[in-house]
Design a protein around this ligand. Structure first.
Ligand code: ATP
Ligand code: MG
Length: 300
């Protein structure tokens, strides 16, 4: 099934006075896709999010949202974009209920939905308290509720799980997956790699303003060529029978390329009768470290 393109970023550059924050970023995001936007502090992630929203303009290149090219006069497309900023803040003299009601009125959402979402997000008991009395995690949940209130076709979440307890983070990703299933496109900018891993279709890793890598986790595993570790106590007795895979054996483990994983497993099960083994695949964190280390290597 081909799904419509929701965001198309083409060769985008962003400069702040003399400083070049982004140097030629391109990607496409389709309806029903989730993307992790990863990178070190100052890599340009929030700048990219703000450009997709139309809050700031690219210095060069083009951004299309729902097929429209963004420029300063096309604010209307923002109405159907949910946004959780990295430092979420609200008018502190309003209650949680008033904050959401305000956004509901702006987005044409009825009051019943406001009450429903407050309950769903565990904020029902605190709904009439002033937002200034909310904890960090409560503000974050209110911010997320605000971003998804109208079930927009595109949701941009800038560090959504900062300050959330483990169950609240899990709830947030469950909600993101529900919206994805309804066809929503989601960009999640985060430093919490283990949380986002398994919850996105692909990742875009930026470093010093450039795209270092992009693709699904499997594509990134292959592209980075990080080894998969196959560990088994039985390997110690049989490692001299590994034939062509002998050179992959050291430190008590087989260290194999993604592309030959199936062949190695076939060999150790069928020829050596080893079925009791564990597989350690590179994590998103390993992949991220690999690309950031490469970048640091290039710059000494
Ligand atoms: N308004 C601005 N004026 C000048 N420089 C800016 C401005 N906004 C961002 N920058 C610079 O652009 C670079 C990218 O910033 P950005 O906020 O996009 O990074 P980020 O990847 O979101 O970082 P973090 O992980 O810390 O949130 C940084 O060097 C930052 O100092
Ligand atoms: Mg940021």
């Amino acid at each position: 099934m081909t799904r419509s393109v929701v965001v198309k970023v083409t060769d985008v550059h962003k400069s702040y006075q003399d400083f070049v924050a982004l140097k030629g970023v391109s990607f496409e995001l389709h309806a029903g896709q989730t993307m992790a936007l990863l990178g070190h502090n100052g890599a340009g992630k929030s700048s990219l999010i703000k450009m997709i929203l139309g809050l700031i303009q690219p210095s060069l290149g083009e951004i299309q949202v729902y097929g429209n090219t963004l420029n300063a006069s096309q604010q209307h497309v923002q109405l159907d974009i949910g946004y959780l900023p990295e430092n979420v803040s609200f008018y502190e003299k309003l209650s949680g209920y008033e904050v959401l009601s305000y956004f509901a009125a702006l987005k044409g959402v009825n009051r019943e939905k406001v009450l429903q979402i407050l309950v769903e997000f565990g904020l029902a008991d605190a709904q009439h308290r002033l937002v200034k009395t909310y904890s960090k995690g409560m503000r974050q949940r209110l911010g997320f509720a605000q971003a998804i209130l109208s079930e927009p076709r595109l949701i941009l979440l800038d560090e959504p799980t900062v300050g959330l307890d483990p169950l609240a983070s899990e709830f947030m990703y469950r909600k993101i997956n529900e919206l994805k299933a309804k066809g929503c496109a989601v960009i999640i900018c985060t430093h919490e790699l283990s949380l986002v891993e398994g919850n996105v279709d692909f990742a875009l890793i930026v470093g010093q303003g450039k795209v270092l890598a992009q693709g699904s986790l499997n594509e990134l595993k292959q592209a980075s060529n990080l080894k998969i570790k196959i560990k088994s106590a039985a390997l110690e007795q049989h490692h001299q029978h590994l034939n062509g895979f002998q050179s992959c054996y050291f430190q008590g483990c087989l260290h194999v390329d993604y592309g030959i994983k199936a062949d190695v497993i076939r060999h150790i099960t069928q020829h050596l009768g080893i079925y009791d083994f564990s597989l350690a695949e590179p994590s998103l964190n390993d992949i991220y470290q690999y690309y950031i280390n490469q970048l640091e290597g290039q710059h000494g």
